[in-house]
Design a protein around this ligand. Structure first.
Ligand SMILES: [Zn+2]
Length: 240
Protein backbone atom coordinates (compact mmCIF):
# COMPACT_ATOMS: atom_id res chain seq x y z
CA UNK A 1 0.00 0.00 0.00
CA UNK A 2 1.32 3.43 -0.99
CA UNK A 3 0.13 6.45 1.00
CA UNK A 4 0.02 9.81 -0.72
CA UNK A 5 -1.23 13.19 0.46
CA UNK A 6 -3.01 15.92 -1.44
CA UNK A 7 -3.80 19.48 -0.42
CA UNK A 8 -7.00 20.89 -1.89
CA UNK A 9 -7.17 24.69 -2.27
CA UNK A 10 -10.23 26.62 -3.40
CA UNK A 11 -9.11 29.74 -5.26
CA UNK A 12 -11.83 32.40 -5.26
CA UNK A 13 -11.27 35.40 -7.49
CA UNK A 14 -11.49 38.70 -5.64
CA UNK A 15 -13.29 41.49 -7.48
CA UNK A 16 -13.59 44.56 -5.28
CA UNK A 17 -13.74 47.63 -7.51
CA UNK A 18 -15.76 50.61 -6.23
CA UNK A 19 -18.27 52.72 -8.15
CA UNK A 20 -17.29 56.36 -7.59
CA UNK A 21 -19.89 57.90 -9.91
CA UNK A 22 -23.24 56.13 -10.44
CA UNK A 23 -23.72 54.72 -13.96
CA UNK A 24 -25.53 57.33 -16.07
CA UNK A 25 -24.16 60.37 -14.24
CA UNK A 26 -23.66 63.17 -16.81
CA UNK A 27 -21.67 66.39 -17.14
CA UNK A 28 -18.51 64.94 -15.62
CA UNK A 29 -15.05 66.23 -16.55
CA UNK A 30 -13.38 63.67 -18.93
CA UNK A 31 -10.78 62.74 -16.28
CA UNK A 32 -13.33 62.24 -13.47
CA UNK A 33 -12.85 58.84 -11.83
CA UNK A 34 -15.84 56.57 -12.34
CA UNK A 35 -14.41 53.27 -11.02
CA UNK A 36 -11.74 52.81 -8.33
CA UNK A 37 -9.56 49.65 -7.99
CA UNK A 38 -10.69 49.00 -4.42
CA UNK A 39 -8.65 47.66 -1.51
CA UNK A 40 -6.68 45.13 -3.59
CA UNK A 41 -5.47 47.95 -5.87
CA UNK A 42 -6.21 45.92 -9.01
CA UNK A 43 -8.77 47.11 -11.49
CA UNK A 44 -11.09 44.20 -12.32
CA UNK A 45 -13.68 46.14 -14.30
CA UNK A 46 -13.56 46.17 -18.08
CA UNK A 47 -14.29 49.77 -19.09
CA UNK A 48 -17.36 50.61 -21.17
CA UNK A 49 -16.18 51.73 -24.65
CA UNK A 50 -17.25 55.31 -23.90
CA UNK A 51 -15.04 55.45 -20.79
CA UNK A 52 -11.25 55.42 -20.55
CA UNK A 53 -8.97 53.18 -18.46
CA UNK A 54 -6.04 55.12 -17.04
CA UNK A 55 -3.73 53.34 -14.62
CA UNK A 56 -5.93 51.57 -12.09
CA UNK A 57 -8.91 53.88 -12.62
CA UNK A 58 -11.70 54.20 -15.17
CA UNK A 59 -12.49 57.79 -16.17
CA UNK A 60 -15.62 59.34 -17.69
CA UNK A 61 -14.06 60.08 -21.08
CA UNK A 62 -14.95 62.78 -23.59
CA UNK A 63 -18.73 62.25 -23.40
CA UNK A 64 -18.62 63.17 -19.68
CA UNK A 65 -20.89 60.28 -18.77
CA UNK A 66 -20.17 57.50 -16.25
CA UNK A 67 -20.85 54.41 -18.36
CA UNK A 68 -18.84 51.66 -16.63
CA UNK A 69 -20.30 49.48 -13.92
CA UNK A 70 -17.78 48.49 -11.23
CA UNK A 71 -17.07 44.78 -10.86
CA UNK A 72 -17.32 44.02 -7.16
CA UNK A 73 -18.60 40.45 -7.27
CA UNK A 74 -16.15 37.74 -6.23
CA UNK A 75 -16.08 34.59 -8.36
CA UNK A 76 -16.44 31.55 -6.13
CA UNK A 77 -14.58 28.33 -6.77
CA UNK A 78 -17.50 26.56 -5.10
CA UNK A 79 -17.16 24.06 -2.30
CA UNK A 80 -15.68 20.63 -1.89
CA UNK A 81 -16.83 17.78 0.33
CA UNK A 82 -13.70 16.04 1.61
CA UNK A 83 -15.62 12.87 2.49
CA UNK A 84 -16.97 12.55 -1.05
CA UNK A 85 -13.47 12.98 -2.41
CA UNK A 86 -11.96 10.47 0.02
CA UNK A 87 -14.70 7.98 -0.77
CA UNK A 88 -14.06 8.26 -4.50
CA UNK A 89 -10.26 8.14 -4.26
CA UNK A 90 -9.94 5.44 -1.61
CA UNK A 91 -12.96 3.24 -2.18
CA UNK A 92 -13.58 3.42 -5.92
CA UNK A 93 -10.45 4.46 -7.77
CA UNK A 94 -7.03 4.13 -6.24
CA UNK A 95 -7.81 1.16 -4.00
CA UNK A 96 -7.52 -0.83 -7.24
CA UNK A 97 -3.86 0.17 -7.35
CA UNK A 98 -3.38 -0.08 -3.57
CA UNK A 99 -2.88 3.66 -3.09
CA UNK A 100 -4.34 5.34 -0.04
CA UNK A 101 -4.94 9.09 -0.15
CA UNK A 102 -4.88 11.50 2.76
CA UNK A 103 -6.67 14.75 1.92
CA UNK A 104 -5.86 18.10 3.57
CA UNK A 105 -8.10 21.13 3.26
CA UNK A 106 -9.96 22.48 1.52
CA UNK A 107 -8.08 25.70 2.15
CA UNK A 108 -9.91 28.78 0.89
CA UNK A 109 -8.06 31.68 -0.69
CA UNK A 110 -9.76 34.80 -2.01
CA UNK A 111 -7.10 36.33 -4.20
CA UNK A 112 -6.51 38.48 -7.18
CA UNK A 113 -5.01 36.02 -9.65
CA UNK A 114 -6.47 38.17 -12.41
CA UNK A 115 -3.29 39.73 -13.79
CA UNK A 116 -5.04 40.58 -17.05
CA UNK A 117 -7.49 42.69 -15.00
CA UNK A 118 -10.67 41.57 -16.70
CA UNK A 119 -12.44 40.28 -13.61
CA UNK A 120 -11.99 36.56 -14.11
CA UNK A 121 -9.91 33.61 -15.17
CA UNK A 122 -9.05 33.73 -18.85
CA UNK A 123 -8.35 30.03 -19.07
CA UNK A 124 -6.62 30.66 -22.38
CA UNK A 125 -3.52 28.78 -23.37
CA UNK A 126 -0.68 31.12 -24.20
CA UNK A 127 1.76 28.56 -25.57
CA UNK A 128 2.65 27.31 -22.14
CA UNK A 129 0.44 24.67 -20.66
CA UNK A 130 -1.09 27.16 -18.24
CA UNK A 131 -1.90 30.78 -18.87
CA UNK A 132 -0.10 33.43 -16.83
CA UNK A 133 -2.87 33.75 -14.23
CA UNK A 134 -3.04 30.01 -13.67
CA UNK A 135 0.74 29.81 -13.45
CA UNK A 136 0.63 32.45 -10.71
CA UNK A 137 -1.77 30.31 -8.68
CA UNK A 138 0.34 27.18 -9.18
CA UNK A 139 3.47 29.01 -8.07
CA UNK A 140 2.20 31.20 -5.25
CA UNK A 141 -0.08 28.75 -3.47
CA UNK A 142 1.98 25.58 -3.79
CA UNK A 143 2.68 23.81 -0.49
CA UNK A 144 5.53 21.33 -0.83
CA UNK A 145 4.59 19.55 2.41
CA UNK A 146 2.02 17.54 0.46
CA UNK A 147 2.55 14.92 -2.22
CA UNK A 148 0.22 16.84 -4.50
CA UNK A 149 -1.63 20.15 -4.63
CA UNK A 150 -4.93 20.58 -6.44
CA UNK A 151 -6.33 24.06 -7.01
CA UNK A 152 -10.01 24.50 -7.80
CA UNK A 153 -10.79 27.61 -9.85
CA UNK A 154 -13.97 28.75 -11.52
CA UNK A 155 -13.90 28.22 -15.25
CA UNK A 156 -13.21 31.31 -17.32
CA UNK A 157 -13.86 31.83 -20.99
CA UNK A 158 -12.25 28.57 -22.13
CA UNK A 159 -15.04 26.08 -21.52
CA UNK A 160 -13.21 23.10 -22.98
CA UNK A 161 -11.03 22.27 -20.03
CA UNK A 162 -12.19 20.46 -16.91
CA UNK A 163 -8.73 20.21 -15.43
CA UNK A 164 -5.05 20.16 -16.31
CA UNK A 165 -1.81 19.05 -14.78
CA UNK A 166 1.83 19.21 -15.79
CA UNK A 167 3.59 15.86 -16.28
CA UNK A 168 5.57 14.98 -13.16
CA UNK A 169 9.31 15.54 -13.15
CA UNK A 170 11.91 16.56 -10.60
CA UNK A 171 11.63 20.26 -11.46
CA UNK A 172 7.84 20.39 -11.44
CA UNK A 173 6.21 19.25 -8.23
CA UNK A 174 2.82 17.54 -8.47
CA UNK A 175 0.22 20.25 -9.03
CA UNK A 176 -3.03 20.48 -10.94
CA UNK A 177 -5.90 22.82 -11.64
CA UNK A 178 -9.54 21.75 -11.72
CA UNK A 179 -12.12 24.09 -13.21
CA UNK A 180 -15.32 23.94 -11.21
CA UNK A 181 -17.51 25.66 -13.79
CA UNK A 182 -17.17 22.77 -16.20
CA UNK A 183 -16.33 19.89 -13.92
CA UNK A 184 -19.46 20.52 -11.80
CA UNK A 185 -20.61 17.24 -10.29
CA UNK A 186 -17.68 15.53 -11.97
CA UNK A 187 -15.10 17.51 -10.05
CA UNK A 188 -14.19 14.61 -7.77
CA UNK A 189 -13.48 12.36 -10.75
CA UNK A 190 -11.58 15.16 -12.46
CA UNK A 191 -9.44 15.57 -9.32
CA UNK A 192 -8.72 11.82 -9.37
CA UNK A 193 -7.85 12.06 -13.06
CA UNK A 194 -5.45 14.99 -12.59
CA UNK A 195 -3.77 13.20 -9.67
CA UNK A 196 -3.20 10.28 -12.06
CA UNK A 197 -1.39 12.59 -14.46
CA UNK A 198 0.60 14.65 -12.03
CA UNK A 199 1.58 12.08 -9.40
CA UNK A 200 1.97 8.94 -11.45
CA UNK A 201 2.46 10.04 -15.04
CA UNK A 202 -0.63 8.19 -16.24
CA UNK A 203 -1.53 9.09 -19.81
CA UNK A 204 -4.99 9.16 -21.33
CA UNK A 205 -6.97 6.00 -21.95
CA UNK A 206 -9.48 5.54 -24.78
CA UNK A 207 -11.50 3.15 -22.64
CA UNK A 208 -14.92 4.55 -21.73
CA UNK A 209 -15.38 4.71 -17.97
CA UNK A 210 -11.65 4.73 -17.31
CA UNK A 211 -10.39 7.33 -14.82
CA UNK A 212 -7.98 8.54 -17.49
CA UNK A 213 -10.56 8.97 -20.26
CA UNK A 214 -9.65 12.39 -21.72
CA UNK A 215 -12.98 14.16 -21.26
CA UNK A 216 -15.82 14.34 -18.77
CA UNK A 217 -18.39 13.45 -21.41
CA UNK A 218 -18.30 11.98 -24.89
CA UNK A 219 -19.37 14.08 -27.86
CA UNK A 220 -22.93 12.72 -27.61
CA UNK A 221 -23.14 13.87 -23.99
CA UNK A 222 -22.91 10.45 -22.35
CA UNK A 223 -20.41 9.54 -19.67
CA UNK A 224 -16.75 9.61 -20.63
CA UNK A 225 -14.65 9.70 -17.48
CA UNK A 226 -15.22 6.97 -14.91
CA UNK A 227 -13.41 5.44 -11.95
CA UNK A 228 -11.85 2.39 -13.55
CA UNK A 229 -8.12 1.71 -13.55
CA UNK A 230 -6.56 -1.20 -15.44
CA UNK A 231 -3.66 -3.42 -14.42
CA UNK A 232 -1.21 -1.67 -16.71
CA UNK A 233 -2.12 1.56 -14.93
CA UNK A 234 -1.57 -0.03 -11.48
CA UNK A 235 1.87 -1.12 -12.61
CA UNK A 236 2.65 2.36 -13.88
CA UNK A 237 1.63 3.79 -10.50
CA UNK A 238 3.80 1.31 -8.61
CA UNK A 239 6.83 1.80 -10.86
CA UNK A 240 6.85 5.53 -10.22
ZN1 LIG B 1 -6.21 14.35 -18.69
Amino acid sequence: MITNSVLIALIHEENDDAQLQPVGTTNLPPDENVVDPGVNQHLETVAHPDDVTQGDYIKAGTNGVADSSANHTDISAGTLNVYSLLELLNEKVYNQALVHWVVAGPTNYTVNYDSSEDGGNNGAMDGDFFDHEEQMVLTNYYDAVYGANVFLIHMGSDTNRAGCAPKPDDQAPARALVFTGVAGGYKYKVIGHELGHTCYGLSHSTELGNLMYPSVKQKDGTLGIGHRLRKAQWFRIHSD
